[in-house]
Design a protein around this ligand. Sequence first.
Ligand SMILES: [Zn+2]
Ligand SMILES: [Zn+2]
Length: 768
Amino acid sequence: MSVKSDMFLPVSTKLDLPETEARILEFWRETKAFEEGLKRREGSPPFIFYEGPPTANGLPGVHHVLSRMLKDIVCRYKSMCGFYVPRKGGWDTHGLPVEIAVERELGISGKEQIESFGIAEFNRRCRESVLRYEADWRRLTERIGYWLDMDHPYFTFDNTYIETVWSLLRKFWDGGLLYQGHKIVPYCPRCGTPLSSHEVSQGYEEVTEPSVTVKFALEDEPGAFILAWTTTPWTLPGNVALAVGADIVYVRVRQARDGREERYYLAKERLPQLEGEYTIEKEMKGRELAGRRYRPLFDFIDLAELAGKKAYYVCEADFVTTEDGTGVVHTAVMYGEDDYQLGLKLDLPQHHTVDPQGRFTTEVKPWAGRNVKEVEKDIREWLRGHGLLYREEMTTHSYPFCWRCDTALLYYAWKTWYIATTRYRDRMLEANRKVAWHPKEIGANRFENWLESNVDWALSRNRYWGTPLPIWRCESCGQDRCIGSIAELRKGQGVPDPLDLHRPHVDQITFRCAKCDGTARRVPEVIDVWFDSGSMPFAQWHYPFENADRFDSLYPADFISEGMDQTRGWFYTLMAIGVFVTGKSPYKHVLVNELILDKEGKKMSKSRGNVVDPDAILNQRGADARNAQEHGPVLCLIREYRRLRPLVPGAIEADAPGSMGALAPPYSGFGVSRLARRLRVDARRARDPGIRGRGPFELVCAPLPPAVLEIGRPRRQAGRLRYFVPLSRNRGPVAGALHPLRFRGASPEPRASGESRRAEERALVRLP
Ligand SMILES: [Zn+2]
Ligand SMILES: [Zn+2]
């Protein structure tokens, strides 16, 4: 061989990407590439990024890979453009997900058992368990090349973090926006706590279950019944009234059933609800029916008698329609918002027939102590046996389930603490219009609609492992006070040392009531865990107790990125807190990714157990996987969301229609490499001025993992190892993809147009 061995390094003809990645990761580790890069950018214009905190009490799934990759792409890109991009990691540590995991470990379930186990020990275990998988998260984060400072993260369970959250709550309190109200809430009987609207919206499912048309016997007309329809037979023992529309036309019909002649009242438009032949005897307006009395449906319970109030009569209500059922609404004031409001207006009895565990109370004799959803069949049987069931049919409707434990939620009258977000809804809408959403539609439609239909934030949770609601109530006179700092808390009696702001320790602290000198104790509730994560722009810096002087340079974020489900989660809670506290949106640019779905097209989540292990995918062998790895997984963000799922290698199952990876036209049947090429072409077309904005995408088409992504090839040149960054527009999909996300107006662009040569120079990260 005449070739000198120091001129050319031996080149393997076999491409082994996992191995290449490992080498590059090792190189980064050795050279502290991330830390070094950050250090070199200090003093440059900042590009502020907020990391949405994951919960580390379970292993990360492949759906976490997607959003982490997107965050990384943008942060690297901006860093290469010359910005200083600090990336502080964080952990979401409180809340039901953690509690449920610990309940399972201990083999206990429900609040009674937790309390007999002991709150102190229970919470100690929650604290211990919550970071159990931190190491796995770190490993995955490193493996996919997501540069994030995980050595100095924020933890939502830290006293300092909680102190900031308290100070924010105090601001709401001082503004008169933190209040306690009796409201109908979506309530999880298993977890024993109400959920907020953004939590509920994550757990709707289509269910098919029997609905019933029930016969309410009129007092003054033997053999005549008012028909009412319901999909929730468990609310029937709580019935106190029947509502009709004043101007709706009702009819009385005669019908022979089971050899008996009976008369039924229902809306004329709803006659098709009747089974078999009938004769219309007369017509009347709803207001003519109002005031007529009927007998309680069940002979064992009389709520009028129990509460000493008038009940069981027909009344007018404006929410009654003839869209479904019989045009008569069965009213159970404790289990529906409209019902409750009507009950307030008419002073109907407010009496729970269901206990907080979702079981019937003792008054509901045949089913006392039993789960209300489980006895619905028995209720139907009872009604049938007593000749009060007109009809039973299967109905498909969308019903909310607990996003954590999958229990069917009940709408339930509950005393809850609220933040009056509706009072500044318009300010949120205004702030949102200044946010650049990618894709735009998410902000202009989905998020805007969400804000428009805003309801007050149901803040409190009747649970254990969470940020305690810092309100102390006087035992004697009921005066409330809200504590906004640790210094203020230390003025109370019985402050434990060391101070832990969690239950039950914080509950030992009492205050003298300023009004009557009585003793004030903390209310039992903790707060919604989403308030924790929504507070992170402030709490990660322990603002205002620290960093108050430089907070302006840390708020708002130039960029955040998470999955689409966060429009009702983190994107919202950031907005609701940020706008109230600072008057402006906490973020300028939001990059939203589609969710990765499982084979059945369902969202991946820990509680469903359908999470795909990213390691398996990242290390996979075999033809498909290799083919995929050649180009890396293709991440796609598209304007028409449902059209294309984000792809990851190993997840492509051509024979499973609807599976993650099955592609809709025009991409169906494409292999990964062809798809990547085609997406690139389409992306380029989409940038063509002639069709700009009408192309199918707002596209990010970027190859993962790091070997291909950021850092082309390490090259030896003049004795220095250089890492080349394919940055320019024409150099591969990464830059092409990132140009649509140029974040105009986010912050000054160090790079002027026409300077691409020099910019590329600057993008070269020279390492010793
Ligand atoms: Zn639950
Ligand atoms: Zn008092």
